[in-house]
Design a protein around this ligand. Structure first.
Ligand code: OGA
Ligand code: MN
Length: 448
């Protein structure tokens, strides 16, 4: 007669391995795999696998393990109604979603959210979490639908209010309503509401309503909570201990030599960008804001609208030559000298937290006050075509450009731009690593 181990024997065998002094994850995984094959109607082996892979992913910092953990969790969660233990179900689904977000599996994560919402219809946080995943993929209009329904049932939920205000700001540009919801949400101090992006959205809404005093209170509060370095420096990807000041002289950057070598060739740089601009006029300029088809990445060959919702009025376009430390080959083909010059300046060409780009601005443009995302870079502007009445405020100083010359500032500090002149303004923007970063720090800093 064949001898077959029973469910109980195998299961306790796996558990024994896991409880052993030196946990034997490998053998336990094998036993769980065997169990799920032999007893396909049982959910526990999948949960066992999911947890082991999760542990291994954490321990070895390996995404493959995380993927396996997600796969196993999904198999487990699919048992759905058959799983009696609500607490365990919720915990597993939440872990699964966490990993899916890390892996960028946003759409599949929405299925897991939906299961949680169905199972816990009286828990507004399940809906808030679903919305948070929607926001990660900028599905604002779907987020809005979910939030509206939530608000009918939970009109005072702090996170729901905050999220709704955030969508009103980001998606509808309805600053008055946005400020109202965001303020109430943030004031609730509910879990998840004390986040930089919500404080920034609220402050920016107030600024756009010309309520500078309110904005400044919000920014100060965020700085007290250490959501960003200071009231006027509101970057969110920060390295500690870097000198933080809005405006830098060339020598202070330690890169004056590189910058001068670039500016010495400014006429060539100007002509290369003009060549592209003239072509671009035919394709994409046409006065409208019709190229909403592109949100970063892979867009080459012509200038594109700035797309971070920073434009108050006017027309402002840019063309990337380098971003996140990588060269945009197609654009560089058409600006070969500019790109060659930048290549000689490694701290710029390899700056994984910055860009090199042309920026072109039409008269009648106003760019809302804003902060860059990181303190790990400085930003240099080389004037190429500089008409009168174009200016940039950085905190409380006003800068103007000069053809053939660089100015350097730290764009993590708030800055705002106006062009009230008569003809287009053209500059080259060059980001480079903050001079206080060591080689070692640079090698470990993630891209943005
Ligand atoms: C910037 C910025 C505006 C411009 O460089 O960070 O906001 O004039 N620039 O191109
Ligand atoms: Mn800027």
């Amino acid at each position: 007669m064949d001898w077959l181990p029973t469910w109980t024997m195998l299961k306790s065998c796996a558990e024994l391995q896991l409880h052993a002094a030196a946990k034997h994850h490998g053998p336990a995984l094998i036993i769980y795999a065997e169990l799920s094959k032999r007893f396909p109607d049982r959910a526990e082996p999948f949960l066992g696998q999911a947890r082991i892979y999760e542990y291994l992913a954490e321990k070895h910092n390996k995404l493959q393990f995380m993927q396996k953990s997600v796969e196993a969790y999904k198999r487990y969660l699919a048992f759905n109604e058959l799983l009696q233990n609500d607490k365990e179900y919720r915990k597993s689904a939440e872990s699964c979603i966490q990993h899916m977000r890390t892996l960028g599996y946003f759409n599949p994560a929405l299925n897991v959210h939906q299961m949680l919402v169905n199972r816990f219809p009286h828990d507004p946080d399940q809906r808030n979490q679903l919305v948070l995943t929607l926001l990660m993929i900028e599905r604002y209009s779907d987020a809005k639908i979910w939030l509206k329904v939530s608000l009918q049932q939970w009109p005072h939920n702090g996170l729901t209010l905050t999220l709704f205000g955030y969508v009103l700001k980001m998606y509808d540009s309805d600053y008055a309503q946005a400020a109202d919801y965001l303020q109430r949400g943030i004031d609730s101090r509910a879990e998840g509401t004390q986040e930089a992006r919500f404080f920034l959205a609220l402050g920016e809404s107030y600024e756009r309503l010309e309520l500078a005093e309110n904005a400044s209170i919000v920014y100060k509060r965020g700085a007290q909570l250490k959501l960003y370095p200071s009231q006027h420096q509101r970057s969110v990807y920060n390295q500690p201990n870097l000198r933080a000041r809005p405006i830098w002289s060339l020598p202070e950057t330690t890169y004056a030599h590189h910058l001068r070598m670039i500016s010495a060739h400014w006429r060539i740089i100007r002509d290369e960008s003009l060549g592209m601009l003239i072509d671009a006029n035919a394709v994409a300029w046409s006065g409208g804001s019709s190229d909403d088809d592109d949100h970063g990445g892979g867009h080459e060959g012509y200038f594109r609208n700035e797309n971070e919702n920073l434009l108050a009025t006017g027309n402002w376009k840019e063309l990337l030559l380098f971003s996140r430390g990588e060269r945009h080959a197609k654009n560089c083909q058409r600006a070969p000298t500019t790109c060659w010059l930048i290549e000689q300046f490694k701290a710029a060409a390899r700056c994984r937290r910055g860009q090199v780009k042309f920026s072109v601005m039409q008269p009648g443009t106003h760019v809302w006050s804003h902060c860059g995302p990181t303190n790990s870079r400085l930003r240099a502007h080389l004037g190429l075509i500089v008409p009168q009445k174009a200016r940039m405020r950085v905190v409380n100083e006003t800068l103007t450009w000069t053809e053939g010359e660089f100015i350097v500032f730290d764009d993590s500090f708030e800055h705002e731009v106006w062009h009230e002149g008569e003809k287009v303004r053209l500059i080259l923007i060059v980001d480079f690593w903050h001079p206080d970063l060591t080689e070692q720090q640079i090698s470990s800093i993630t891209k943005i």
